[in-house]
Design a protein around this ligand. Sequence first.
Ligand SMILES: *[C@@H]1O[C@H](CO)[C@@H](O)[C@H](O)[C@H]1NC(C)=O
Ligand SMILES: *[C@@H]1O[C@H](CO)[C@@H](O)[C@H](O)[C@H]1NC(C)=O
Ligand SMILES: *[C@@H]1O[C@H](CO)[C@@H](O)[C@H](O)[C@H]1NC(C)=O
Ligand SMILES: *[C@@H]1O[C@H](CO)[C@@H](O)[C@H](O)[C@H]1NC(C)=O
Ligand SMILES: *[C@@H]1O[C@H](CO)[C@@H](O)[C@H](O)[C@H]1NC(C)=O
Ligand SMILES: *[C@@H]1O[C@H](CO)[C@@H](O)[C@H](O)[C@H]1NC(C)=O
Length: 768
Amino acid sequence: MTRCSADLISHHALPWLLVLLLAVNNALPQPSEYQTYIIHMDHSQKPSSFSTHESWHRSTLKSLSSFPAGDEEMLLYSYSHAMHGFSARLTPSQLAELEKNPAHRATYQESFGKLFTTRTTKFLGLKRSSGIWPTASYGKDVIIGIIDTGVWPESESFSDKGMSPVPERWKGECENGTAFSHSDCNKKLIGARSFSKGFLAAGRKVSSKYDFDSARDFAGHGTHTSSTAAGNHVPGASHFGYARGTARGVAPGAHIAMYKVLWATDTKEAAATDVLAGMDQAIADGVDIMSLSLGFTQTPYFKDVIAIASLSAIEKGIVVICAAGNDELPNTTYNGAPWIMTVGAGTIDRSFVATMNLGNGLTVEGTSYFPESVYITNAPLYYGKGNLSKAICNSSALDPQEAVGKIVLCDYSTNVDTFEQMDEVQRAGAYAGIFLTGTLSLDREDYSSPSLVLQTNSGTSVRKYVTRDNNATVQSMRFVITKLNTKPAPQVAYFSSRGPDPISPGVLKPDILAPGMDVLAAVVPNRPVTETDMYNLVTDYALNSGTSMAAPHVAGVAALLKAVHHDWSPAAIRSAMMTTASTIDNTNTILKDQWTGLPATPLDFGAGHINPNKAMEPGLIYDMDLQDYIDFLCGLGYSKKQMRAIIRQNQWSCSQNPTNLNYPSFVAIFPRGGRSLTGKNFSRAVTNVGDDISVYRAVLAVPTGMRIRAEPSTLTFTSKHQKQSFVVNVEIDKNAPTINYGYLKWIDQHNHISGEPEIPNSQKQDID
Ligand SMILES: *[C@@H]1O[C@H](CO)[C@@H](O)[C@H](O)[C@H]1NC(C)=O
Ligand SMILES: *[C@@H]1O[C@H](CO)[C@@H](O)[C@H](O)[C@H]1NC(C)=O
Ligand SMILES: *[C@@H]1O[C@H](CO)[C@@H](O)[C@H](O)[C@H]1NC(C)=O
Ligand SMILES: *[C@@H]1O[C@H](CO)[C@@H](O)[C@H](O)[C@H]1NC(C)=O
Ligand SMILES: *[C@@H]1O[C@H](CO)[C@@H](O)[C@H](O)[C@H]1NC(C)=O
Ligand SMILES: *[C@@H]1O[C@H](CO)[C@@H](O)[C@H](O)[C@H]1NC(C)=O
């Protein structure tokens, strides 16, 4: 069973060091004289006369000239876990003064980040009878910290029925605030805090119209992500009848702590100072896992607060999981530092449909999220044939006298959005609309009237019928149908950000794929999810899509792994998930891209789709500790000052061979053209976490135009925790494709050679 695989990518592109020169500075200058800065300080220089770092920070600020007397508000936060330093409102001259202080290490200007906005546990193969769920006691005693928009504590997902006591090591708090009291926490939701000083300092307001001044969720995002990671079992949950079933988190036995850093105004934004404060507090409180479904514009690591705080967290054994972003395109991954687990989004084997029987006996099925179980019978079918505007149902094109009381078919056109067509069909008084489309991106909330969306090719039969038969009818039309076991699944969700990583293309990102399409989880119950003609619809549980939804699935799996293997490092936990991930879908072919329908690549899915049961027994792991990451950073050519900013130490040593990060995937980038043959040697070390005595042999999938060897090709272990090193030698022909992929698997003596990775979806699951 123990199998270990990793991806090999070669990539003819510019040398990667060049990429580092293209740093993006996303800091936005503020009009006022005062601006918010994060000041990184060297804590070893704190005079012993100060009992706390905070008192030193305050005194440092007070010593600045023209410091307004008594203005305590200038200091926003003191940081001592995720970073050493503080954030404050400063004038340019005060900043210049502060930067002359010998203890000053770095300055970061405030910036703003954005959100990356059932059945998924079954799809992941999680079952009560066997596998990682019972073995991990569902994640018992593990604490997952969620950095997000807050939480709705009354949601049934946060009930503490059956939960183990709050771990004694827990130092967190349940903060009182607007519509939130100490008693809103329990054995499931063990902590809730909010961080808004940076947001307020930037001139934004927490208005009761848009948000609660407390850890209470307004936007619903944090409630969704935290219940996805570790929500309790809630039977009978659904999105207006779609996806009905038991809603539960991936680690229903784990505890949740919410750190609200994201505030809703007319937009949703997170200030870097607040995110850093949330992460700092989560480390201090004692979380085991941290999950972030948000990100800032990609910048080099020494400027990236999430990267800096994550490295501190990793150093303390905390696993950091981040969403990869929803930018769809290559070279758009966020949160790609090699110590972070970066998660892309996949689809699951479920779809939401409406069906229709036509007068000629044809049955057609299309996508629909229309939230009511309307049943339409015997209605005439209408199509504006011979008139382009009517056929595409663009604004004001339909004649209500022709369309009223009918079901209207609308052609696909790049000139008109499907939701505009839906409005037009509604305006004309039609019963329902059938919309042909060539795209995928229609949101659930756009289904404000009975609508069925068909891909253009499957819609031609409907058009043929209505064009030829003057009395075409729809015999019946039904909504709110959830289809399971759809194929192919998983696919790479069309919106998921793709590698190579813009900051470090030499590290394969995203790392892994997890469910992120139409995920059902808890939301705030008092905000409309869908607005129809007549009324707004609210719900306790709703479908959401995004890498935001994928990251908490991985956080849940990390909690399960932590419960089984207390001694595994964050890198070991990630390695176990990556080397057991599946690159095959439920049709037994390589994962496809939802957007193109074509085979996807490791630049889309990383190591593949997560497989929690297999991750429990990876056989071998690619382990790493802080020194490995320091060596990696040494290889980036950062200045001493930049190095200090990220590793928070004054002294460090760099190894001889800084480019060989012991990562569970391999990327080689070669200059275009050049010599006829180019090569690279990767040194790696794997640790045996399986049987004491085991023998592994390397099995390679080598694409054309490449030669790959593993040396040695057999690894013999005589005890658990033993390490063995090997070198992977890759050589590329001049005529090899621009981007080429190969795979390396280590297979043990039990020889489960089949080479067919287990399919993540299994239809033979326990019923519960
Ligand atoms: C809790 O917060 C609310 C609203 O901010 C306030 O009215 C109340 O007095 C606070 N209670 C405690 C015990 O601090
Ligand atoms: C409707 O579509 C037609 C044909 O594509 C186009 O010429 C016209 O400008 C459109 N009208 C509106 C209001 O968008
Ligand atoms: C198509 O329909 C529109 C809107 O009903 C109308 O204004 C236009 O004259 C029609 N065009 C043709 C060619 O019939
Ligand atoms: C279509 O329906 C109308 C009215 O019901 C009827 O008069 C006509 O004969 C029908 N035409 C065809 C081709 O069935
Ligand atoms: C990747 O994205 C970064 C910015 O995010 C840009 O500077 C760089 O040129 C891009 N690289 C490629 C190969 O497109
Ligand atoms: C890789 O290692 C082999 C064996 O030590 C050596 O012959 C080869 O030159 C190395 N290739 C590169 C690109 O360093």
